[in-house]
Ligand binder design. Structure first.
Ligand code: APR
Ligand code: PHB
Length: 388
């Protein structure tokens, strides 16, 4: 098979890129290792920057998001058990956010792909990249075991942190920046009415977050040691930890109930530079990972896709410079979100080796935020996201 762009990975990055290229009349095919059901079963974060909302509108996949998503103007921060700061993003930074799950975004992207005939090959095994510096191609196996080859001009590596694309770049041609945090987030979904506010809490027992999916679906998280397993976390234990960590004034109406999903995710920050090598271009989690504290992962994947699709479209129209500068255009926004997510993580978590000095400095940071309009504006403009 011959195409212009072979896209590896049909997560949000790969599927959105496919839809954008198809809109521009550029031939592409998407190769996904997992089944569609598997991709849709992954539970991930759920806060969209307004920039992402507008990009999904441009892709014409925003109808359900506008009907079911929840426009969100504020977040709350809690610390030292009783202190609560409400930040109005619209007042501080001129833009709201949208609470809408990544799973729903992915469903909408697949529905559009079906409707518009975007070719996505699910269960494509053993994906390998060939001759990336010359005439590129990608081989894969179909469930029966037969090998297929896609010849292309451009390979888009959208296959996540553990994918084949980044690994195909020789070590000498990439620099990796990694920070691992000494804890994870235990997250649950429960069919209970969520708290009205999105609340990030720094407490003596560790971080906690109250979030939502829809009027009868709540999403909560607590910081936990990396060595914990979900079996050690009964629902009762989860709820009592959550209630102890969120500010008392915010949880009077918190409704508990059985969890319908429970998982632990490690926290890390990661960036590879550059985000391209020969005819291979990396986007989304293939190029960077952020801890979920700033809710940036999906948003950053979509901004990469914006830059990469613009570059491929420019290239298709004869401007070779577009692709050459993709990484240089995408990286400043990547580092902006990576730095912000790191800063939010450092501000809100308890570190196992935290000294009393660091503890005091962390509390002062939060007190300063409560007292300074400039500090609030700085947080807000980064939380709502810088323009593409
Ligand atoms: N071959 C083909 N597909 C692959 C391979 C491979 N070797 N390896 C991984 N994949 C697929 C995965 O199965 C997954 O569906 O690539 C897809 C990558 O999707 P994501 O991990 O969701 O990454 P991305 O599309 O960049 O979206 C980033 O997802 O992880 C969250 O927080 C993150 O919200 C962010 C978003
Ligand atoms: C979520 O709703 O899952 C969520 C919200 C905000 C975050 C992270 C996750 O910062």
């Amino acid at each position: 098979m011959k195409t212009k762009v072979a896209i590896i990975g049909a997560g949000p990055a790969g599927t959105a890129l496919g839809l954008r290229l198809q809109q521009a009349g550029i031939d592409c095919v998407v190769l996904e290792r997992q089944s569609r059901e598997y991709v849709l079963s992954r539970i991930r974060a759920g806060i969209l920057e307004w920039e992402s909302v507008q990009f999904l509108e441009q892709l014409e996949v925003s109808t359900r998001m506008h009907a079911e998503g929840h426009r969100h103007d504020t977040i709350k921060l809690g610390w030292q058990a009783t202190k609560v700061l409400e930040l109005d993003m619209r007042a501080l930074a001129g833009k709201p956010m949208m609470a809408y799950g990544q799973t729903q975004v992915q469903e909408d992207l697949y529905a559009a792909a079906d409707e518009r005939g975007l070719p996505i090959v699910f269960e494509a095994g053993d994906v390998e990249l060939h001759d990336v510096l010359g005439s590129p191609s990608v081989t894969y196996t179909v469930p029966g075991g037969d090998q297929q080859r896609v010849e292309c001009d451009v390979i888009a590596g959208c296959d996540g942190f553990h994918g084949a694309s980044r690994a195909a770049v020789p070590e000498s041609a990439r620099t990796e920046y990694l920070k691992a945090y000494p804890f994870g987030w235990l997250g649950i979904l429960s069919e209970t009415p969520p708290l009205p506010a999105l609340i990030y809490a720094n407490s003596e027992q560790g971080f906690a977050l109250a979030s939502q999916r829809n009027p009868m679906l709540s999403r909560y998280y607590v910081q936990c040691p990396l060595t914990d397993s979900v079996d050690e976390w009964s629902d009762d234990r989860f709820w009592s930890e959550l209630l102890a960590r969120l500010p008392a004034s915010e949880v009077e109406d918190l409704v508990t109930g059985p969890s319908i999903e429970k998982s632990i995710a490690p926290l890390r920050s990661f960036v590879v530079e550059p985000m391209q090598w020969g005819n291979l271009y990396l986007a989304g989690d293939a190029a960077h990972i952020v801890p979920p504290t700033g809710a940036k992962g999906l948003n950053l994947a979509l901004s990469d896709v914006y830059y990469l699709s613009e570059a491929i479209i420019a290239d298709d129209r004869g401007d070779a410079d577009g692709l050459a500068s993709y990484s240089a255009r995408a990286l400043p926004r990547v580092w902006g979100s990576v730095r912000f997510s790191w800063w939010m993580t450092m501000l809100l978590h308890r570190f196992p080796d935290q000294t009393p000095f660091e503890q005091k400095a962390q509390e002062k940071d939060l007190d300063y935020l409560a007292a300074s309009a400039a500090a609030q504006t700085s947080l807000a403009e980064q939380y709502v996201g810088l323009p593409f």
